[in-house]
Design a protein around this ligand. Structure first.
Ligand code: NAP
Length: 491
């Protein structure tokens, strides 16, 4: 099925990955036999075709998950953890091929793909350890007469939906705790990047995950394929990572069955630099917070609010760093910035930059999309960005850094909170009291304090406001896949 014209090594990794649906432990074509093309965003060429799942396929996947739920819930936690641990080992051993596969379908550099694979695999190691630490409690009722027994049980079959920007880690962040908790699942990756998820399913199969625990459905029509599953009484949980717009729709659908829901949605992260900050450290952090994943991260710094006194110095230093980054196909050694995911995303970023410059913003570096094949956009720094510019309110999802200035700490916090999103914020200051005051005042689920990256499998990742609810990772991550049952014991 492969049509790629890339190197022999590229063809080999594409050929090595399964292209079918994974249902009840079997790899099979979609019920209607259709396929969906997977494109290399650096060239616009088709890499391969994968099965196009239908609502009937999704129904079969849910039937497999539901059929396996009781057996999987009673599988010893140690056995569930060992499977995750073996999968972590296999992913780590195969990091090179998985990184190449991810770069081909998503565009980020090999180095960034490797970083995602390490990060993504780490959720399996973390939750392998959590599987054997699911605890309840036994207490004496206040009146002394009865006993209170509290136990944790798997929530049941889960529907999991992941985006294209972190094709492996957004999957392991859900599959890891679900497997550890004793839940079965149907997962649907984004149609642009199904290959990393299919490769992951192959690894879990090899690691000994029993048939039916994990079912993977790829499809060109996510809405019609997933809605019946979300409304199906066999489903007990929905975990979604993606845009706020789609998340809102799925919350409505999940109301039918009153599903337990986790939503990891969009962001509009402010990056605050106070005049007492180490400006060079802030610039280093800004490069990470802005350029990780080509700016296509929900945690990407979307707007920089910098104290008046240091705003020009910060913007110029940031422009120098971003202007020096090499743009190109992520498979090339010295490239630091790959292409955007598709033409729509590239056009959206262009429109946001034009809107800002039309309203008076100044371009310090970059400013436009590249002509030719692939969806490349030059790293861009804008200054004097007026409050009316759309890119201060909308998620940019590209390598564009708008810099605005502020006069006081109160103004900075007010500007940071002036958004319907609340995923993450970044704060640079050397004043401890200010740091804690600002962290407390920010309406976000996470804060990077003097650092440009917050993601860590041992930490609770998630947002507030329209960035969603629920947490992935940390001790909190497994709770999303557990129910609490209380037994009133009469002695
Ligand atoms: P998206 O359009 O919302 O898609 C996300 C996933 O939902 C994809 O698998 C997509 O499938 C599926 N989908 C789309 N419409 C659906 C529907 N009606 N019913 C069921 N599934 C549906 O988001 P995206 O463009 O892929 O990803 C970017 C967004 O994800 C950004 O807003 C980003 O901030 C957010 N994100 C958030 C986090 C977080 O942890 N908070 C992490 C990463 C990304 P198809 O693409 O195949 O249609």
């Amino acid at each position: 099925m492969t049509t790629a014209t890339g190197s022999e090594q590229e063809q080999k990794v594409i050929e090595g990955v399964a292209k079918q649906l994974y249902i009840g432990g079997e790899w099979r074509d979609g019920a209607e036999g259709g396929t969906v093309a997977v494109e290399d965003p650096a060239t616009g060429e088709t890499l391969c075709e994968v099965a196009d799942g239908t609502p009937d396929d999704a129904d079969a996947a849910l039937a497999a998950a539901a059929g396996m739920q009781a057996e999987w819930a009673s599988t010893p936690p140690r056995d569930r953890g060992e499977i995750l641990r073996r999968a972590w080992e296999l992913i780590t051993e195969r990091k090179d091929e998985l990184a190449l596969l991810m770069t081909l379908e998503m565009g980020k550099t090999i180095k960034e793909s490797e970083a995602e694979i390490t990060y993504g695999a780490e959720f399996f190691r973390w939750f392998a350890e959590e599987a054997v630490r699911i605890e309840g409690r036994y207490g004496v009722a206040p009146n002394g007469a009865g006993r209170l027994l509290v136990m944790k049980q798997p929530v049941g079959p889960c529907v999991l939906i992941t985006p294209w920007n972190f094709p492996l880690a957004m999957g392991t962040r859900k599959i890891g705790p679900a497997v550890a908790a004793g839940c079965t699942m149907v997962i649907k990756p984004a149609k642009q990047t199904p290959l990393s998820m299919l490769a992951l399913a192959q690894i879990l199969e090899e690691a000994g995950l029993p048939s039916g625990v994990l079912n993977v459905v790829t499809s060109s029509s996510s809405g019609s394929v997933m809605e019946p599953l979300i409304r199906d009484p066999r489903t007990r949980k929905l975990s979604f990572t993606g845009s706020t717009e789609v998340g809102r729709k799925l919350i409505e659908q999940s109301a039918d069955q009153i599903l337990k829901v986790s939503m990891e949605l969009g962001g509009n992260a402010p990056f605050l630099v106070f005049d007492d900050a180490d400006v060079d450290a802030a610039v280093e952090g800004a490069v990470i917070a802005k350029m990780r994943n080509i700016g296509e991260a929900c945690t990407a710094a979307n707007r920089f609010h910098v104290a008046d006194g240091v705003a020009s110095e910060f913007a110029e230093k940031l422009a120098e760093k971003l202007g020096a980054m090499k743009v190109g196909r992520g498979t090339e050694d010295d490239v630091e910035v790959g292409p955007l995911i598709d033409g729509n995303q590239r056009d959206k970023v262009s429109e946001l930059v034009s809107d800002a410059t039309d309203k008076g913003a100044r371009v310090l570096v970059g400013g436009g999309a590249r002509d030719g094949a692939g969806y490349f956009f030059d790293p861009t720094v804008l200054t004097d960005v007026p409050p009316s510019a759309s890119l201060l309110r909308e998620e940019i999802f590209g390598p564009v850094a708008p810099v605005a200035s502020f006069e006081s700490e109160e103004d900075a916090v007010a500007a940071a909170n002036n958004t319907e999103y609340g995923l993450v914020a970044y704060v640079y200051t050397r004043d401890l009291k200010r740091a804690l005051r600002v962290c407390e005042g920010l309406e976000t689920g996470m804060v990077g304090l003097n650092q440009g990256m917050v993601s860590n499998p041992a930490a609770p990742f998630g947002g507030v406001k329209q960035s969603g609810f629920g947490r992935e990772g940390g001790g909190e991550g497994i709770e999303e896949y557990l129910e609490t049952k209380y037994v009133a014991v009469n002695l």
